[in-house]
Design a protein around this ligand. Structure first.
Ligand code: CP
Length: 319
C-alpha cells in the first residue's frame, strides 16, 4: 500500500481512509467544517493555494465529485485543469502514466483521479515527482475517500457524535466504493453498530467489512437506526445476468416512508447520488424532511477544500 504521509507526518496523498488514523480523519473534518457556509451565503474564498495547479483526470462519469473538486480548488485560489479524457491523447492510446508525466511537466501540483480500474490512483502516486500529490476521486469499487469524509461530516453535523450511533448501509454494498470508505470512516470515528443490508448477490465477501452486522432483509437493519445510507445498484460493475429487476428490488429493498418509520423518529436518510428514484429509494423519502442528501452535496466542496489544503499547503497557515 502506498504511503500517504510525508516524513513529517503531513498528508501528501489521499487515496484511501483505510490507513489514516482517527486523529487524521478528525483533522480533515474539522478543517472541512471551517469551510461550510449555509446556502445563500457566499462560500469562503482564500489565496492559500494561489500559484498551485490541480488537474481533474476522470475516466468514469461524475457530477458531484468532479464539480466540487473544481470549485474547491478555485475557492482556494488554485488554477484548475479538466482533462477531457475522450478528447485527450489517451484516446490515441497514450498510457495513463504518460498522461500523468505530461501533466507533471506542465507544473500540475495535484492530480485528482477517478478510474474504473482498481489501483490507478496508487499507480499514479507511486510514479509522480515528490512535490506532486494524488487524490482519489473514486477508485473502482475500492475507495472514495472524500465521499467517506463528507458522509462522516454530514452525520456529525446532524448527530453531534459518532459513539452510540446505529448506521445502516443498504443496497449494493458489494460493488460500492462509497460503502467501503464509509465503513473506514465510521469505524475509525467510533461507530460500533454498523449494519450492512443487501440481497446475497450484493453483499460483500465475509473477509471484508469486519465488525459490521449483516442483514438479509431490510426491517432488522432499519430497526432503531439513527442513520440510513442508501446505495445505488452499480450497474456498470454488474453483468446483465446478475442485475436485480428494478420493481422487484424496490419491493424488497427500496426505502419507503413506511420502512423509514422502523428507524428512530429523528433518523437521517443519506444517499451519495446519483440516485435511482423508485429503485433504491422512494421520491418522497429522498425529498422528505429526514433526507440530508443535499447537505452531503454541499459538504462535498468543503471536504475537498480541506483535502486540497492539507496536501498542497504543507507549511502554510490555515485558510
Ligand atoms: N457521489 C458521487 O461520487 O457522485 P458523482 O459520481 O456524481 O461524482
Amino acid at each position: 500500500m502506498i504511503e500517504q504521509l510525508r516524513a513529517d507526518g503531513s498528508l501528501r496523498h489521499l487515496l484511501t481512509l483505510e490507513t489514516l488514523d482517527r486523529r487524521q480523519i478528525e483533522r480533515l473534518l474539522e478543517r472541512a467544517q471551517s469551510f461550510v457556509r449555509p446556502l445563500g451565503e457566499r462560500p469562503p474564498r482564500s489565496r492559500l493555494l494561489e500559484g498551485a495547479t490541480v488537474a481533474n483526470l476522470f475516466t468514469e462519469p461524475s457530477t458531484r465529485t468532479r464539480v466540487s473538486f473544481e470549485l474547491a480548488a478555485m475557492r482556494l485560489g488554485a488554477t484548475v485543469v479538466q482533462l477531457e479524457v475522450q478528447l485527450s491523447s489517451r484516446a490515441k492510446g497514450e498510457s495513463m502514466l504518460d498522461t500523468i508525466y505530461t501533466l507533471q511537466s506542465l507544473h500540475v501540483d495535484a492530480l485528482v483521479i477517478r478510474d474504473a480500474e482498481p489501483g490507478v490512483p496508487a499507480l499514479a502516486a507511486a510514479h509522480v515527482a515528490p512535490h506532486v500529490s494524488v487524490l482519489s476521486g473514486g477508485e473502482a469499487h475500492v475507495s472514495h475517500p472524500t465521499q467517506g469524509l463528507l458522509d462522516a461530516l454530514t452525520v456529525y453535523q446532524h448527530k453531534q457524535r459518532f459513539a452510540g450511533l446505529a448506521i445502516a448501509i443498504v443496497g449494493d454494498i458489494r460493488h460500492s466504493r462509497v460503502a467501503r470508505s464509509a465503513w473506514h470512516a465510521f469505524s475509525k470515528l467510533g461507530v460500533s453498530d454498523l449494519r450492512l443490508a443487501a440481497p446475497a448477490t450484493l453483499m460483500p465477501e465475509r473477509e471484508e467489512f469486519a465488525g459490521c452486522s449483516r442483514h438479509t432483509e431490510l426491517a432488522s437493519a432499519l430497526a432503531g437506526a439513527d442513520v440510513i445510507m442508501m446505495l445505488r445498484i452499480q450497474r456498470e460493475r454488474i453483468s446483465e445476468a446478475h442485475l436485480p429487476v428494478g420493481e422487484q428490488y424496490f419491493g424488497a429493498w427500496g426505502l419507503t416512508r413506511e420502512r423509514l418509520a422502523l428507524a428512530r423518529p429523528n433518523a437521517i436518510v443519506m444517499h451519495p447520488q446519483p440516485m435511482n428514484r423508485g429503485i433504491e429509494i422512494a421520491s418522497d423519502v429522498a425529498d422528505g424532511p429526514q433526507s440530508v442528501i443535499r447537505d452531503q452535496v454541499r459538504n462535498g466542496v468543503a471536504v475537498r477544500m480541506a483535502a486540497l489544503a492539507e496536501v498542497l499547503s504543507c507549511g502554510r497557515a490555515s485558510a
